[in-house]
Ligand binder design. Sequence first.
Ligand code: ATR
Length: 282
Amino acid sequence: MADVKRAFVTGWPVDHSRSPLIHNYWLKKNGISGEYLKRPCAPQGLQQFLSDLESEGFVGGNVTVPHKEAAFGLIDQPCRAARALQAVNTIWLGEGGLRGTNTDGYGFLANLDDRHPGWDCEDNRVRGALVLGAGGASRAVIYSLVERGFSNVIIANRTLARAEALVEHFGATCQAIDIVEAVPGNLAPAFIINTTSIGMNDRKKPLNLEGFSATTIVHDIVYTPLMTPLLSQAKQLGMPIVDGLGMLLHQAVPGFEKWFGIRPVVDETLRKILLDDLGEAS
Ligand code: ATR
């Protein structure tokens, strides 16, 4: 039992997490004798939980809602992405103590590179991106777009002050607008990304896509349902679409490699396992 590496996902609650499906698939596929377990933890217990990782036999794990920001404050030596996002989702025991990173931005980029090669071509980087929403997920998306050289990132949010705070953080390549101003005519982005929760539990769209160019790539990071009202409309209008499942799968790659020593592959079998779990026909 001594050489069985153990990793975890913690959140409050954590029942809904699909991370065990992903990591246990990769453990089996790669013939690794490891475990990936759900460990619910209330906010007031997070510090103790992280202090006890080594004695509990864990090599590391994932932290999810609502712990990402609090965990950032508890790790030693946060990496650049974690500092930019002020949040971590992946931690491990390493030299110098508890280390942490944020792989949400990596997952966003790796998925697009995989599903939509050329999405970041120079023409698109100049035309720019329209990001809907200004929460934690939006932060990761904007960070990634700026890193990839997008010179024009428009952040549209219901609460303008939150979008303005992100502009303050990420600088002059970004601008903030009220979401009702995000209409074609005003804007001609190459890329539209929804990071709001609109469309998850309702049949609403954060934006009407009529009038935007048919070449605009539309990406929704919501994956329940997979075909959100926004993506349905984009499809009807003949726009290229990217669903939210791939970002979830790709963000798991760096953590697995840290804990278990092999860089895993996001393959169609894994995607099918997740689609089945989500009740989506593949
Ligand atoms: P996360 O960290 O997962 O991104 P969040 O911080 O709760 O979540 O942010 C949710 C985003 O969805 C916000 O941009 C929020 O807009 P506000 O900043 O104005 O709250 C947006 N959002 C959620 N429900 C919305 C709704 N019904 N209409 C418009 N925007 C909504």
